[in-house]
Write a protein that binds this ligand. Structure first.
Ligand code: PLP
Length: 391
């Protein structure tokens, strides 16, 4: 036989590499760049949390933990979920500690999907949702939100996308990249649809700690939804712990035990010292989280108002640390805007189309950077726009 053999899986071959990388690589080769590109806190993990990890090493806790994670940590997570969000999960049976929210998303999808099952992905969405659904054998069905509705999904849109094969809806509130946060009544509307069509909801609540407007509602806290929810969360964003790679997933026992099967074969357990750090974060880190949150809120207020004053219209994001302004007035595509801004003024933003078609005409700016940098970025963006108007 003479055909060239390809060793790669078709699914993997068909996956597009994340478009964010191209911009990071471009920016990495330049000096003096202000990066509004990276989706992570600019704060270092609180000292008490780092110290707890160091202590765990000094005490020689260097072996595996239980597959689902340290029992003490799971108990602390259960009590945190109860106190902060009013949802109750069994530490023994319904909580798994994972390697970031990323792994939680992966095992959640793999635990529920058979080949060809459809998952509704509310768009613009975090870059990994669509590839993870495909890797789990599912079919992602993207539903586009509109800026006219502040990027909030409308129940009719959801209903239209449902077919016989639909198994779950993926939600993220507060959202990456739009910062949009859904209110309790908006979540209730989605809950009605989940109930009507007997669907699961994968609720990515990684930004739950960073909610600035009104009270945050967990999807699992909506009446009747606990049994339909796979709640994904973690320490990366709220607790400024991206590098520790620690997240968790809560779900009803049967789903939780299915996820644990995958986790035990594919991962064994999350890193032990990171688990000790997370335990401390929950016990004593809340004051730091509150301080960080106050700081993000100040920056959001300044940055979003400044973008609007420059003519880049931007809704006020209810949470997370992203602004998602429209750049349509410039006549540029989101990729052109990001590239030209970077080359002309050394400000790195992420083109909105990377998060799905509905992100076109927008760019994602992370305001998790110092006020001075934000002020300088606004000055540079202003100069960029002025020059384009004159040209
Ligand atoms: N979910 C969303 C919406 C995110 O924005 C991110 C990171 O950017 C993740 C999940 C992944 O989080 P982790 O670092 O805990 O894997």
């Amino acid at each position: 036989m003479n055909r060239t053999k390809t060793y790669l899986s078709k699914t993997v071959e068909e996956l597009k590499p994340s478009g964010i990388r191209r911009f990071f690589d471009l920016a990495a080769g330049m000096e003096g760049v202000i990066s509004l590109g990276v989706g992570e806190p600019d704060f270092v993990t609180p000292w008490s949390v780092r110290e707890a990890a160091i202590l765990s090493l000094e005490q020689g806790y260097t072996s595996y933990t239980a597959n689902a994670g340290l029992m003490e940590l799971r108990e602390e997570i259960a009590s945190y979920m109860q106190k902060s969000f009013g949802v109750s999960y069994s530490a023994q049976k319904e909580i798994t500690v994972t390697v970031g929210a990323s792994q939680a998303l992966d095992i959640a999808l793999r635990a529920i999907l058979d080949p060809g099952d459809e998952v509704i992905v509310v768009e613009p969405s975090f870059v990994s949702y669509v590839p993870l659904v495909a890797l789990a054998g599912g079919v992602p069905v993207q539903v586009q939100t509109l800026k006219e509705f502040g990027f909030k999904i409308q129940p009719e849109q959801l209903e239209k996308a449902i077919t016989e094969r639909t198994k779950a809806i993926m939600l993220c509130s507060p959202n990456n990249p739009t910062g949009t946060m859904l209110s309790k009544s908006e979540l209730e509307n989605i809950a009605q649809i989940a109930e009507k069509y007997d669907l699961l909801v994968l609720s990515d609540e990684i930004y739950a700690e960073l909610a600035y407007e009104g009270e945050y509602t967990s999807f699992a806290a909506i009446s009747g939804m606990r049994k339909r929810t796979i709640l994904i969360s973690g320490f990366s964003k709220g607790f400024a712990m991206t590098g520790w790679r620690l997240g968790f997933v809560c779900a009803p026992e049967a789903i939780s035990q299915a996820m644990l099967k995958i986790h035990q074969y594919a991962m064994m357990c999350a890193p032990t010292m990171a688990q000790f750090a997370a335990l401390e974060a929950l016990k004593t880190g809340r004051t730091d989280v509150e301080e960080m949150k106050k700081s993000y809120r100040r920056r959001r207020n300044y940055f979003v108002q400044s973008l609007n004053e420059l003519g880049l219209t931007c809704h006020v994001p209810g949470g997370a640390f992203y602004a998602f302004p429209s750049i349509e007035s410039t006549g540029l595509s989101s990729e052109e805007f990001a590239e030209k801004l970077l080359l002309a003024e050394k400000v790195a933003v992420v083109p909105g189309n990377i998060f799905g078609e509905s992100g076109e005409g927008h760019v994602r700016c992370s305001y998790a950077t110092s006020m001075e940098q934000l002020q300088e970025a606004i000055k540079r963006i202003g100069r960029f726009l002025e020059r384009r108007q004159k040209a």
